[in-house]
Design a protein around this ligand. Structure first.
Ligand SMILES: C[S@@+](CC[C@H](N)C(=O)[O-])C[C@H]1O[C@@H](n2cnc3c(N)ncnc32)[C@H](O)[C@@H]1O
Length: 336
């Protein structure tokens, strides 16, 4: 096993983290990995294709190659590496969308972390002047990148959730804030008798509809555009909220869950999918994701005790927490 870094090296490497975020961002934004998928190219060739400054682009590629992302050969041509493959668009497990979002809205919001820690307010609103979901509604390019990033971050969780939690007894699954429908698509594929309702903001479900059609599940899936602070669709016997509750503080969560509580049948199930922050000092990605929630939407990751309290206030009993192979759990609630 490699030796743990010295305490000073640990700090030194962490301090440089933002450099890597920006290098990956620029590579993803310029779609360098996609441009290299068929054949290796020199920095000059890539610069011509991307309208960038060749010598500077070379320095970016050289730095990334030094950490295993792209590799330069003796003719000065850059190749894809196994890591660089994940910067391609649309490949399984692609991190391209996440790299772009992390380098744009998230980067600028994280730049205001001190302000967020001092005030409890989001860095995002300080920089962009409005909450993130209002901003996305007005910026289609960024909204598409956000949807792609959600697939980058949450896509690999989908199979782990559906393996761990059996949906076969449900007739209709309503995915609240279901984004581009990736969870519903996979759930409907696995359960041929299941029907789905994808509920999200109107512009989001508009973009999702072709994806449902392409996945050949559209005939069993209704799309509903709306605002979960006003109402949610009735008719489900399971209501799934993946990475919705962590976007908000308790008052907003109680409004959303209150709408679910009003329409869920007595034997229905509330399925909140989030990482549950464990006690102790151990490493857990959710502890940093929690800070992203602080600076970007203005929400938080929660402990089991916090979920129990939130469920109780919203008229649910937290029945069980089903762990998955990924960091998220299925937090099952039943109406009381
Ligand atoms: C963090 S994303 C999660 C997306 C998806 N559930 C997933 O796991 O990838 C939050 C989602 O909530 C949706 N959303 C935000 N505000 C909303 C509102 N007021 N009404 C309905 N949906 C909303 C966003 O459009 C986005 O798709």
């Amino acid at each position: 096993m490699a030796d743990a870094p010295s305490p000073r090296t640990l700090i030194f490497d962490c301090i440089g983290g933002s450099r890597r975020t920006q290098c990956l961002y620029v590579a993803a934004r310029l779609e360098l990995a996609d441009r290299l998928k068929d054949k290796p190219q020199t920095a000059e060739q890539l610069a011509t294709a991307t309208g960038t400054h060749g010598p500077s682009l070379y320095r970016l590629l050289r730095a990334l190659a030094s950490i295993g992302i792209f590799a330069e050969d003796e003719q000065g041509r850059f190749h894809l590496t196994p890591a660089a493959e994940y910067l391609r668009r649309g490949v399984p497990g692609s991190l391209q969308g996440l790299a772009v979002m992390a380098g744009e809205e998230h980067y600028h919001s994280w730049g205001e972390l001190l302000y967020s820690v001092q005030t409890g307010r989001t860095g995002f609103e300080r920089v962009y002047g409005k909450p993130i979901f209002s901003y996305l509604a007005e910026h289609p390019r960024e909204a598409q990148i956000f949807d792609d990033a959600m697939v980058s971050v949450h896509g690999p969780e989908t199979a782990t959730i559906l393996d761990a939690y059996d949906l076969s007894s449900f007739g209709t699954l309503v995915d609240i804030g279901g984004g581009n429908g990736s969870v519903l698509i996979e759930a409907l594929r696995r359960h041929p008798r299941l029907r789905g309702v994808l509920f999200d903001r109107p512009d989001v479900v508009e973009r999702a509809r072709p994806l449902l059609e392409k996945a050949v599940v559209a005939d069993r899936c209704q799309t509903v555009g709306g605002n979960f602070f006003e109402s949610v669709p009735a008719g489900g016997d399971a209501y799934l909220l993946r990475h919705i509750i962590h976007d908000w503080y308790d008052p907003e969560c109680l409004t959303i869950l209150g709408h679910v509580r009003r329409v869920i049948p007595p034997a229905g199930k509330l399925l909140v999918i989030e990482p549950v922050i464990p006690p102790g000092n151990g490493p857990f990605n959710g502890k940093f994701q929690d800070l992203t929630m602080l600076v970007v939407p203005g929400g938080k990751e929660r402990t089991e005790a916090e979920y129990r309290a939130l469920h109780a206030k919203a008229g649910f009993r937290l029945a069980r927490i089903v762990p998955t192979r990924s960091e998220v759990s299925v937090i099952e609630g039943v109406p009381v």
